[in-house]
Design a binder for this molecule. Structure first.
Ligand code: GAL
Length: 403
């Protein structure tokens, strides 16, 4: 007979091994192969909140992706936000799509959207209820992930309302593991509003993470979110990006210059670009902005490096957190991007390439301005901007004629 004696050292060793389990868990990384570049899509929330969480609005957006040429530009995901289900799970514990909003269920709509060459996303919550009071996934993660896989869901936005106190990372990891277990590639979009310094661990858990509270249809909100993103730009990259929240382009409240800057900054910061307007009614000027191919190529650059602010010379002010800064730059796989922003009022701005980090000192370069399409060659760029407008220069580093 073998007798086991539990000595104090052995018990301590067992206790230690339990303690060691959590660092091992923290090192686990999401590896779903998705989101190598920021997601491009549409979401129902900014369109009509709960009232837009319907099959009709999902299919209308999908049709608009085709008819407006958005699909051809890479816009792919049609995402339904809060309020798509009934208020209670069924007696077997499954979430039930609201039959008045989804007369043929969710799968039929996902199938139709797939047949159009697009992808379909849904929203859930890591608490007991979603923010609007619909069933949350806390305690039901594996069951809900399996349901999503069965329906053919491709994108899962996961929110943070009605949650127990404590650090949110564990709850978001539980859903990560459940999605992995469901064996369908589902892009995992964390939405906990930048709590718990999510940018420091988001990349091990999800393909993107909201880094701020909800966007509002006003310039101050756009400017504040973008300025916060500049501080954490280095923590994002292929497979895991800072999410600056859904677009407000087309919703009124931002003038054309502000809509241009909103779009360009989200591309520069490598945020998902999730359109948030009724595409069947989008004004022509807004449509033109979201169809800017050159800016979309900045968003989708394979290097996946987010731009951030830089101080061009000793006479320039230093960036202040929460206040939009006029000078931005970032690396691209085939050059460097430089943006100038009229943060307060109309202004003439210029920058010498010699003062741009990443351009390797003085030199003459070919450049292209991506909002208006003008091109040039020289040692600097300049822009005459109306209030809140932006100029975005792509500088071709392969063309350094002084080098
Ligand atoms: C918020 C979230 C919004 C939207 C809303 C739905 O927490 O940040 O983007 O999803 O919930 O209730």
């Amino acid at each position: 007979m073998i007798q086991v004696f539990y000595t104090l050292p052995l018990l301590l060793a067992i206790a230690n091994s339990v303690t060691y389990a959590s660092p091992v868990e923290l090192k686990r990384r999401l590896d779903n192969g998705l989101g190598k570049t920021p997601a491009l899509g549409w979401n129902s929330w900014n369109v009509g909140q709960c009232s837009a969480a319907t099959a009709t609005s999902a299919l209308a957006a999908a049709n608009s992706f085709l008819t407006l040429g958005l699909k051809d530009l890479g816009y792919t995901y049609i995402n339904i936000d809060d309020c798509w289900s009934l208020k209670s799970r069924n007696s077997s514990g499954f979430i039930v799509p609201d039959p008045t909003k989804w007369p043929n269920g969710i799968k039929a709509v996902a199938d139709e959207i797939h047949s159009m060459g697009l992808k379909f996303g849904l929203y859930g919550c890591s608490g007991t209820q979603t923010c609007a009071g619909f069933p949350g996934s806390l305690g039901y993660e594996a069951r809900d992930a399996a349901t999503l896989a069965e329906w053919g869901v491709d994108y899962w936005k996961y929110d943070n309302c009605n949650t127990p106190s404590g650090n949110s990372s564990g709850r978001f990891m539980t859903m990560r593991d459940a999605l992995e277990g469901a064996r369908r590639p589902i892009l995992y979009s964390l939405c906990q509003w930048g709590r718990d310094s999510v940018w420091t661990w988001g990349k091990t858990v999800g393909n993107s993470w909201r880094m701020s509270g909800d966007i509002e249809v006003k310039w101050a909100s756009v400017a504040s979110i973008a300025s916060q993103a500049a501080d954490i730009s280095s923590l994002a990259g292929p497979g895991g990006f800072n999410d600056l929240d859904m677009m407000e382009i087309g919703n009124g409240g931002l003038n054309p210059a502000e809509e241009r800057t909103h779009f360009a900054l989200w591309c520069l910061a490598k945020s998902p670009i999730i359109l948030g307007t009724d595409l069947t009614k989008i004004p022509a000027s807004s449509l033109q902005i979201i169809k800017n191919k050159a800016l979309l190529s900045i968003s989708q650059d394979p290097l996946g490096k987010a731009a951030t602010t830089f101080i061009p010379d000793s006479t320039s002010p230093v960036p202040v957190s929460g206040k939009l800064y006029p000078y931005w730059t970032g690396h691209l796989s085939d050059g460097v991007v430089v943006a100038l922003i009229a943060v307060d009022s109309a202004v003439n701005l210029s920058v010498k390439f010699a003062d741009v980090p990443g351009l390797g000192g003085a030199g003459s370069y070919k450049w292209k301005e991506l909002v208006n399409g003008t091109t040039g060659y020289g040692t600097s760029v300049k822009a005459s901007l109306e209030a809140h407008d932006i100029a975005v220069f792509k500088v071709m580093t392969g063309e350094n004629h002084n080098g």
